[in-house]
Design a protein. Structure first.
Length: 283
């Protein structure tokens, strides 16, 4: 049996037999597109950061000149002054109360809105988008600004601080809760829909039991954050330990300032540990 003759091998451009050799893609083809985008992005970020440095008026020399002043104040602050510990503990209790009542108000405001903002619950964009805008407005205004507004509305005191904390917390809670609800697996929801269950039953018996640990954990985390944030609301007249801190700073009473800072640190540490323990029990 004769072997068929081999097909003639194609000639390369240089006249040699065999296929054309393959060379790697030239680097400039990648650089011309991705590299250009990366370079422009880096240039834009550098320009943005340079503008931030300019408007912030960053001056390392001023910091170096101010460090000895800080050490002098720290030396004058020792030992800390706890002579009015009863008044300070009362103010600390006001701070915790502002955070707790404000977080409760935020929960009440956020609960119905987060269901409208969650796209898995509210498919109609005419309802979900306005709900998200509503939450973004509340979240975009800091509790400090809200407290300043409510001081003008209801007067000085912790009630204004609780209202400020509550309205800002409503925006943050609503957004985080809506995202947690949207992350629910679709399998149980679709199974409930197949049985003919209505939207309210699906929310009450399928979605909420699934996400409730996450919702409670988010709420505890924001309560913990609100305790820290409430320590400075006294600066605008909203009461709490921040009011005592501002008065002591205005009087240059550094031992009392140091005592208040230690009390704030102890209070925040206890709250952080308690919140972390409760959240670990839910996970």
């Amino acid at each position: 049996m004769t072997t068929p003759p081999e097909a003639p091998r194609p000639l390369r451009a240089d006249g040699r037999a065999g296929p054309e050799p393959r060379y790697p893609e030239p680097a400039f083809r990648w650089l011309s597109a991705s590299g250009l985008r990366f370079g422009l992005t880096l240039l834009g970020f550098a320009a943005f950061y340079a503008a931030c440095l300019a408007v912030t008026d960053v001056s390392p020399q001023r910091l170096i000149d101010g460090i000895p002043r800080l050490f002098k104040w720290a030396a004058r602050a020792w030992p800390p002054d706890f002579s009015e510990s009863g008044a300070l503990l009362s103010r600390a209790a006001e701070t915790v109360g502002m955070a707790t009542v404000g977080t409760t108000l935020g929960v009440l405001l956020a609960a119905p809105v987060c269901l409208l903002a969650a796209r898995t619950v509210t498919a109609n964009p005419l309802l979900s988008y306005p709900a998200r805008w509503f939450l973004n407005i509340f979240r975009g205004i800091d509790s400090f600004v809200f407290a300043l507004i409510f001081v003008a509305a209801v007067g000085l005191g912790p009630f204004a601080g609780a209202l400020g904390v509550g309205f800002h917390t409503a925006g943050s809670l609503g957004k985080l809760w809506a995202e947690a609800i949207e992350a629910v697996e679709r399998g149980p929801v679709e199974a409930a829909q197949a049985t003919g269950a209505g939207r309210l039953k699906i929310v009450g018996f399928v979605i909420l039991p699934d996400v409730m640990p996450s919702l409670v954990s988010i709420t505890l985390y924001l309560w913990e954050f609100n305790v820290r944030a409430s320590t400075v609301l006294g600066i605008v007249g909203a009461g709490g330990i921040g009011q005592e801190l501002k008065n002591s700073v205005d009087l240059l009473d550094f031992p009392r300032v140091f005592g208040i800072l230690l009390l704030i640190l102890a209070m925040v540490t206890v709250i952080d540990q308690a919140s972390a323990w409760l959240r670990s029990r839910l996970s």
